[in-house]
Ligand binder design. Structure first.
Ligand SMILES: Nc1ncnc2c1ncn2[C@@H]1O[C@H](COP(=O)(O)OP(=O)(O)OP(=O)(O)O)[C@@H](O)[C@H]1O
Length: 355
């Protein structure tokens, strides 16, 4: 057998060994996209097994009474004995204790057998976070029961998730727009050549919408309503057919419930400053990209992932501004966890990209 073939066979064996073992049934190996807005879990050999909002409802003794979807239903509707908390802010853990409750609770939901324990956990983190913030993620994962914790940069996970070969000597630009952060990265040869993490994402657009109603309609609306308005009316450039929606909230003058009609044009104006900041960050990143990689990006275009990629016409606005083709990933909300899951399934193959 030629030596190169023998080496590749050996590599394949190592990879297969890292994929499974005799006592695997005792363990649940998982990959987590611990996001500001949503947490997703991929379980080894089972794919995505959980996709829930990153929210926890706590009682007065700080015990978790609901996690994820159930807690989201309670959000902004609680009484004195229950409070809802979003433990992540701007892509990083802001409330360590609650984050731990959340991770534990979510792992419990996806456990196949009551006696199985978590062995390996791959967690993705924003590329711009500090060592202290990374430590917090690692500690939370360990306290939640993981024996081995591996971290992956979010844009790298997104690139793997959408099927790009991150090992090849070709530049790819990923723009991952989440709830709390926008991650822009140029990836080549298993590494991040350039990255920028802007602490601005979909949550900021919701804030813009809440402020718009307060200022222009004297109407107080909640986070969930703002999110709904963004999904239905939000856009980055004019729509072929502009839309309108009646929105319910509380009148700030006399305190009674009221309905107001708003259009997609109103909402576009309300979120334009934040949307432009995201687009400016993309152009700034292009300016910082080494020329040979710029040439690759010109050929291949920019890849958009994360829930923010679903904002209507955002791809169009980025194309108009940069003159580059822009591709929205298939199912952008799951791209990061799909990539993190691929890393978990083949840790040897992806060892070079672990942070
Ligand atoms: N159709 C849509 N239009 C506009 N925004 C959307 C749409 N669907 C989801 N979003 C936004 O996507 C964001 C959530 O995306 P995602 O789940 O990728 O973020 P995350 O991973 O939780 O956040 P981060 O990466 O910042 O930690 C939310 O702000 C949500 O409002």
């Amino acid at each position: 057998m030629p030596q190169s073939e023998a080496t590749s066979k050996q590599a394949e064996t190592t990879r297969n060994n890292s994929k499974g073992g005799l006592f695997d049934w005792l363990y649940t190996d998982i990959a987590i996209d611990l996001g500001t807005a949503n947490t997703l879990i991929h379980s080894r050999n089972h794919g995505i097994v959980l996709n829930e909002p990153s929210i926890v409802a706590l009682n007065t003794e700080n015990q978790a009474v609901a996690i994820g979807h159930e807690a989201r239903l309670m959000h902004e509707k609680t009484h004195q004995k229950i409070r809802t908390v979003r433990p992540l802010r701007d892509g990083v853990i802001a409330d360590f204790e609650v984050a731990e409750h959340m991770i534990r609770g979510m792992i419990k939901k996806v456990k196949v057998r009551w006696y199985s324990s978590t062995r390996k956990m791959v967690v993705c983190v924003p590329s711009g976070i500090t060592e202290v913030e990374k430590r917090a993620v690692r500690d939370s994962a360990e306290h939640a029961g993981a024996k081995e914790v591996y971290l992956v940069d979010e844009p790298m996970a997104a690139a793997i998730g959408i099927g790009l070969d991150v090992h090849e000597p070709v530049g790819n630009m990923i723009v991952d727009i989440g709830g709390g952060t926008t991650e822009i990265a140029v990836i080549a040869l298993s590494g991040i050549v350039y990255s920028q993490s802007v602490r601005l994402g979909g949550d900021e657009l919701n804030e813009d919408i809440i402020n718009y109603f307060r200022r222009n309609h004297n109407l107080l609306i909640g986070e969930r309503t703002a999110e709904q308005v963004k999904h239905i009316l939000g856009s980055a450039t004019p729509l072929d057919e502009e839309l309108e929606l009646s929105v319910k909230g509380r009148d700030l003058v006399n305190g009674v419930p009221r309905t107001r009609i708003v259009t997609s044009k109103d909402i576009r104006e309300a979120i334009s400053e934040s949307v432009n900041t995201i687009v400016e960050s993309v152009t700034k990143s292009l300016e910082q990209t080494p020329p040979e990689l710029s040439a690759d990006i010109l050929d291949r275009g920019i890849f958009l992932t994360g829930g923010g990629a679903l904002l209507k016409n955002l791809d169009k606005l980025i194309t108009e501004t940069t003159d580059l083709p822009v591709h929205i990933a298939e199912d952008p909300l799951t791209a990061v966890v799909r990539g993190t899951g691929k890393v978990l399934e083949d840790l040897e193959y992806y060892r070079a990209i672990l942070t």
